[in-house]
Design a protein around this ligand. Structure first.
Ligand SMILES: [Zn+2]
Length: 199
């Protein structure tokens, strides 16, 4: 690295801050970018600049888009009376990949955490409660992660929506599609057994 310029080292340092990239993979990525300047680096830089300028959070649901409202909130076909609550935009994308859900979302942007100073306001829970009442939503699906924080947050939201008239549901837990019992952890087997249903 002795003869590399300051600019390149700065770029490597920035790349190394990306999730999943350490200094070593950042160096490799930067070298690749420099070698593929025309095909990869220039279009990547242009696209990053475009996203940095244009992308913002939807005022209604917290999803990412380029206007005040995201594509899903603007689509009248998605006004099904269902609101699916997810922790993160990545979870929303996962739900969309599943192509099974046709309603709208509420993106929390995290979970309640006294330790990190994340309270209901930071997660837009009062905004969600207001929305459920204003829209007369008939179902709120809590699609939060099956972690302690996720479940604490789910219980808090269920309490906050008490009396809203919406039915509060949560995703099923248990044996994953294509899963083998022998590979499941004890907790998953216990939950799956409790949630068994008529065959
Ligand atoms: Zn939206």
């Amino acid at each position: 690295m002795a003869d590399s310029t300051r600019e390149i080292e700065d770029l490597i340092e920035l790349m190394a801050r990306l999730p999943g990239l350490g200094p070593r993979s950042a160096r490799r990525a930067v070298l690749h970018l420099i070698r593929k300047r025309g095909q990869v680096m220039a279009p990547l830089a242009a696209q990053m600049a475009k996203v940095a300028t244009n992308v913002r959070e939807c005022l209604a649901c917290g999803n990412l888009g380029t206007g005040d409202l995201c594509d899903i909130c603007q689509n009248p076909a998605r006004a099904t009376g269902e609101i699916c609550v997810v922790e993160d935009v990545a979870d929303l994308w996962a739900m969309e990949r599943g192509q099974a859900y046709k309603g709208r979302y509420h993106v929390l942007g995290g979970t309640l955490s006294a330790l990190d100073g994340v309270g209901p306001d930071e997660l837009g829970i009062p905004r969600l409660a207001a929305r459920v009442r204003e829209e007369g939503a008939r179902e709120v699906i809590l699609a939060l992660n099956a972690t302690v924080d996720g479940q604490t947050t789910a219980h808090y939201i269920a309490d906050a929506l008490d009396g809203s008239g919406a039915s509060i549901t949560t995703l099923a837990r248990g044996v994953p599609v294509g899963g083998e019992l022998d590979y499941l952890d004890d907790g998953t087997i216990q939950v799956a057994l409790r949630a068994r249903r008529q065959f």
